[in-house]
Design a protein around this ligand. Sequence first.
Ligand code: MN
Length: 359
Amino acid sequence: MNEFVTPQDGYDLIGDVHGCGATLATLLETLGYHLIDGVYRHPTRKVIFLGDIIDRGPRIRLAVQLASRMVDAGEALIVMGNHEYNALAYCRRARQHKGEEHRDFLRPHTSRHNRIIRETLEQYQHHPDEWDEALRWFMRMPLCLDLPPLAPGKSGLRVVHACWDESLVRAFLERYPDGRIDEDFLHDSIDSNSFAWRVLERLTRGASLRLPEGIEIHSGDGFTRRSFRTHFWAREPRTYGDVVFQPDNLPGELESRWLSDDELSNLPYYGPEQPPLFLGHYWCEGLPALPAPNIACLDYSAVKFGRLVAYRFSGEATLDAENFVWVPVPREPSRRPLPEELPVDALASRGPSHDEPAE
Ligand SMILES: [Mn+2]
């Protein structure tokens, strides 16, 4: 394992890969990275992955291999996504405490949870050691990064999978200065009254609001939701519509519904004077755009035939949509761009195919 050395020119931030391993290799090549000794490298830049490398896509093992080798070689950093956290909790046996309800795993194996991790477990089915190694790698992923400027006059940057909640981040980093959780933290996180739960929920899943009694959203991913995802960069939000941030529209009149004082007090806020912040998690669609001058979300639904998106950051305090770089994932397999440097047998390593093989 090589030590991470800060890059000369800047960081290329890459959004949620979700098992689109071939598309990831293509994006890295598009960004000028070359495969050297089995690792994609750039002479003057480094990658930061925004988490959610696994689940859903057809080449999850390839995606994990590409990303973890870059991190181990000191060519990339990564933050944990909610899918990596889910996988850890799904695979970790619960500790039994007297008087508590019996629980086999930290994350119960319900049909919904089974479905979310299904492709990952299937593709690793005949590679149990590799899966154990992947889980150990997930444990080493920090939840957030707060990186200093690369040179005088440049801006630093912050990275988190879903939500930068300043007070929670500070409280967490005080106890876990390298941003990494440990076994006790993972086990504590199943209790929704614990600090660990609040940190993991907010940083990797973001803030959300419960819908009023009797109202549900039928989401594009086939799930029924009783809450909606909110963003955290509206200066003085008044209505649900001011903070909603997910592809599903709010039903009916809810867009104009007033936020209660309780709801407002629970919403974090990231102001325009803060350093640039990079997020994944929220499925965006269409051409990449900046939700705020200092915030970029890089999840453009690659695994749903969208785009795998990067942002080339070179220390600018005000972000510029010109710095987005992406690889499209067309529905038709023959039109999907393929990497040139990756050996063909690496591309053949896909698991059993599923309903939506996105690459
Ligand atoms: Mn996510």
